[in-house]
Design a protein around this ligand. Structure first.
Ligand SMILES: [Zn+2]
Length: 255
């Protein structure tokens, strides 16, 4: 039987919301998948762990990008847009749906997972959040997360945050020549961008591991980052690129 994008999203949501992941409780977090010019995204208030096929809505990306790009648009226009989707789909999209939109607009991502992992938030809610993006600690971190994660300052979730991330992504891609796979939001949580459900779960798990290693390293004198030339080497050597391609393709049942 063929796996549909909706099947993929339900399965991803349940795995991301599994208490063993320690990445989301209650209504925290959201997931989406790109389907052509649309995005399927979690409806507002859904508990990831118990996600069902009826818990997702279809959102047209072009209309959403136009809304975000319109400087005149504010909370009232977002509310009208979400209400129109609710009338058509029966549910309102998650308030963080607009952030998923800008990630699909600016990158090649086909699946996006947003969560609030306890271990990563320990750093994101501390005065040491930069450690998550200042350097790499070990080779597998680079293989899974790449070498250019993005850290976003705290901004009110919704259209303001979506606009700010849109700008930051443009700057980031211009500077590094590639989109980030891992996006960290101060005092909030993380976004994982990938080609498959398995890849975004792998990215989320690796972000949690990096956070735990950083916290441990800081308890014994401080983190020692890898030399930048060694980071570059892992990021570009052929066997690691091969391993990365395998990780991205793992469980590739996306549309
Ligand atoms: Zn969130």
């Amino acid at each position: 039987m063929k796996t549909t994008p909706l099947d993929l999203l339900v399965d991803l949501s349940r795995r991301l919301g599994d208490p063993a992941m320690d990445a989301a409780i209650l209504g925290e977090g959201n997931t989406s998948v790109r389907v052509g010019d649309d995005m399927l995204v979690k409806a507002s208030g859904v508990v990831l762990q118990h996600a069902e096929p009826g818990d997702f809505v279809r959102l047209p990306l072009t209309d959403a990008v136009a809304l975000i790009a319109d400087d005149e648009a504010g909370d009232a226009e977002v509310d009208a847009f979400f209400s129109a989707i609710a009338r058509a789909e029966g549910r309102r999209p998650s308030v963080e749906a607009l952030l998923h939109v800008v990630l699909y607009e600016a990158t090649e991502a086909r699946v996006v997972a947003h969560s609030h992992p306890t271990s990563v938030n320990a750093l994101l809610c501390s005065q040491s959040a930069e450690l998550l993006v200042d350097g790499a600690l070990f080779p597998d971190q680079i293989v899974v997360l790449g070498s250019t994660p993005l850290l976003v300052p705290y901004i009110d979730p919704g259209i303001r945050l979506a606009r700010a991330v849109r700008e930051l992504l443009r700057d980031h891609i211009a500077r590094h020549g590639e989109a980030p796979k891992a996006v960290y939001l101060r005092n909030h949580g993380v976004f994982a961008l990938g080609a498959s459900a398995d890849q975004v779960l792998g990215i989320t798990t690796m972000m949690q591991k990096v956070a735990r290693v950083l916290i441990g390293a800081n308890a014994v004198g401080g983190a020692q980052f890898m030399p930048p030339e060694e980071v570059q080497r892992i990021d570009t050597r052929p066997d690691e690129l091969y391993r990365r391609a395998l990780l991205a393709a793992a469980g590739e049942e996306t549309p």
